[in-house]
Design a protein around this ligand. Sequence first.
Ligand SMILES: [Zn+2]
Length: 286
Amino acid sequence: MKAALWILLSVATLPAQDGKIRVIAFGAHPDDCDIRAAGTATQFAALGHAVKFVAVTNGDAGHQSEGGGALAKRRRAEATESARRLGITYEVLDNHDGELLPSLDVRQQIIRRIRQWNADIVLSPRPNDYHPDHRYTGVLVNDAAYMVVVPNVCPDTPPLRKNPVFLYFEDGFQRPQPFRPDVAVAIDDVFDKKVAALDAHVSQVYEWLPWVDGKLDTVPKDSAERKQWLAATRRRPVSPAVRRTLEKWYGAERAQSIKAAEAFEICEYGRQPAEDEIRKLFPMLK
Ligand SMILES: [Zn+2]
């Protein structure tokens, strides 16, 4: 049994049958994947690969004056518009915002989504995030990382014959250990597209998040002005660790000029790719 499983996990051939790399990203809320990976996602899409963002909750708690089904409906429409702008697919699962638990039910929802997408790459938050929904999204994807290849788990959905590579989004949390950037993608050329995707999440980027931060009065009313404001507030300096990773993948000279990047840490539960496989999986790294 053990040997058979080892073979099952080792017969990886990349890219997938039709040459498309298939990426699925899980965020707790309908804007989380966009914040962490929209620039990378739209580069995959532009190269002809398939990307899906999944919000594990419907976002029905994320607003200061709206909520429930009406807010969930609004946020689903925002996610759909973001996906249209990025050239990807977006699915919002109907679990309540602020109440996510690492239950068997939600684990099975995630296992089925990864299998149905026939994923080569799975992205998620790390399981040590400040927000319980983010944290449990990390736990849930970790819990699915091996089960996606086990035929007797969710037998209604055919198992994957190759285990995907699982990676975490970048974060700033230091305990139990800081984020380790294994892969860093330059997003300067698509930064405007990332801002356009975030701009679709009106209820969040112009209403809820500024309200939480006590900065609602700094948001411009005019749609062009507020998009500029959004771009300025979303510019984050590249950390020294991410800069070193950019040097590894793009070369020292090119890396120095990169102003914006998205970084990912390889989770130790999925397939462990060697450097040449990472270059096949992330064809924009050149
Ligand atoms: Zn979130």
